[in-house]
Design a protein. Structure first.
Length: 272
């Protein structure tokens, strides 16, 4: 049974929770290759002014521009919602938000191979649940414990070169971050063209398609692996066949869906 077929039978995200990490969920093959291509076609056919070019990425903003006063909301286009939102609803991803039960904002980022983004937090404008769909290429998302600037203790600065842990995000996958992981950690992408899974402390490896393919390559099925056989499946699969586990990055598109709770209504021209 494919992951997409399972949506019809599941009522919660528990099946996809990343072990040892609170409030992180990972779904491989959340969309299929044709659905991925349909979305990519729409992204790259958007008018040129829709793109905003930054130093290490370019982006499109859909739904409105969040500000301290609120967001002047615009409907998300159907090509962003028709395929994805029914699955969000089935999995109850945003059900904890009292005001909205589906995202009203989507940030689309394009990262070329070698590009990344400094560790950051998404900020107070958003409900503390984000859902990110990755397209075209993988990346490694790194997490660093947030240092409270108001704390009186002498805490050392964040070492951006050494994340506390990382997650592998594959093409067509969905990552969901909630609660403490959203509020207490910074997340970022290191600037590199190649990722070494052995050195990256990847915590969701067993949930990935990459992991399943490696098991099949070795003639093993995941359902016969037990904790007695190997206490660390990642280490076992990383080292026993001589591979260095290097993944080459290509251009990656990310769709980050969020809820902006403070929304302003547009004024009708000529009315006060």
């Amino acid at each position: 049974m494919s992951t997409r077929d399972e949506f019809k039978e599941l009522d919660s995200l528990n099946e996809y929770r990343v072990k040892s990490i609170n409030s992180a969920y990972y779904i491989k093959e959340f969309i299929d290759a044709q659905e991925e291509q349909n979305i990519l076609d729409k992204i790259y056919s958007a008018p040129k002014p829709k793109w905003v070019t930054l130093k290490n990425r370019r982006l499109q903003n859909w739904g409105g521009i969040p500000t301290e006063r609120g967001m002047l909301s615009e409907p998300l286009p159907s090509w962003l919602t028709n395929t994805i939102f029914p699955r969000f609803t089935k999995l109850n991803i945003f059900s904890e938000c009292e005001k909205f039960h589906l995202p009203n904002h989507c940030l689309i980022n394009e990262y070329l191979s070698g590009q990344g983004i400094m560790p950051h937090e998404d900020g107070p404008f958003y409900f503390p649940t984000i859902a990110t769909v990755s397209l075209k290429s993988h990346t490694i998302l790194c997490f660093h414990k947030h240092i409270d600037a108001s704390s009186s203790t002498n805490q050392p600065g964040v070492n951006y070169d050494t994340p506390e842990f990382s997650l592998l995000l594959e093409p067509r996958s969905l990552l969901i971050l909630k609660h403490d992981l959203y509020k207490k950690y910074l997340h970022g992408i290191q600037e590199r063209k190649t990722d070494n899974l052995v050195e990256s402390n990847v915590m969701n490896l067993e949930l990935t398609e990459y992991y399943q393919q490696r098991l099949q390559k070795r003639g093993r099925q995941k359902n016969i692996i037990t904790s007695n056989e190997d206490e660390n499946n990642e280490k076992d699969i990383d080292t026993d066949d001589g591979d260095t586990l290097l993944l080459e990055r290509d251009t990656r598109i990310s769709l980050t869906f969020r809820i902006v709770e403070k929304v302003m209504k547009a004024r009708i021209f000529g009315k006060k």
